[in-house]
Write a protein of this length. Sequence first.
Length: 328
Amino acid sequence: MSKISRTLCTFIVIVMSLVVFFAGAAFAKEKRKSKGGDFDFAKTNAFMREIETRPDFPVAMVLANDYVYSLLAMGQKIDTGRQNAVIAFIKVSQLKDGGFVADKASKSASVLYTDLALETLRYLDAANAVDGAGVKSFVASLKNQDGGYGFSKDAKDSTLATTFYAVRILKTINGLDLVDKNKTAAYVKGFEKKEGGFGSVKGTGAANTRNTYMAAFILNSIGALDAAARNNAVKFLAITPYLDRKSTDRAELDEQLYAIRALKELKAAEKIDKKIATAFMKRLYIKVNGGFGPLEGYGSTPDSTTTGLRILAETGTLKQPGVLLAKK
């Protein structure tokens, strides 16, 4: 064999070896992609950690909740100093009436921020850091004769959303005995729509996934979710863009999350379409910073990014952090 032939053979062997190597690398890359590699969580982590750079970290109750949930969902560690800062912020946010405020500038506690405060503490395994008896007293003060609960002592009218927050709080602190179950069930069922699902207004308007989830959660928690309401709600969800691939309605980030959670509350988790949810999240993903936008074409925010991570956790791409609710 000539020197040229030997050189050519050696070159071919090297080329073939490189082809095999890069083919293997490409296969490994595709394998990682199939397990959630469509999202660069290193970038998402850096995006969410920008909150740490603020001089008044963690700034507000919503951002504290976003920060803690997001990092834990991505399997990140929160150092002791920042955990303590979050807990200290939440502790000073509890007013004498037992409720929590949105930030240092707020003067009136609400059921929404009380719910966020308790959820954040549960993620950090620090639920005992605040006055639980005070929380019960605060929520009880928002109870109305119609069976619903108000937003705050200044906004006393019942809504389905504020009733949801109240019941969720009481469930987490083993306080459901404070709920008038018959009245609350009747109040919630007043939001049910003939076509199935629940809306935000009684009598008029259309159902949506947010209120359907909230109603299902409340009724489930107080043992009042009957088969008819459950079946009708599942039928409603089936025609939304979160289950129906032919739907022309525009999907929304929050509504995607509520659709998934509603199906779980309705004992119909097998109907969750992970492919639809994942494809939707890919369209909302911002490659530049790893965040998620609230709608297609919008930029990312910490809050919408956290909702995106919640969806990925609900569908199994990420691990759900902590225990959200106390065991019965």
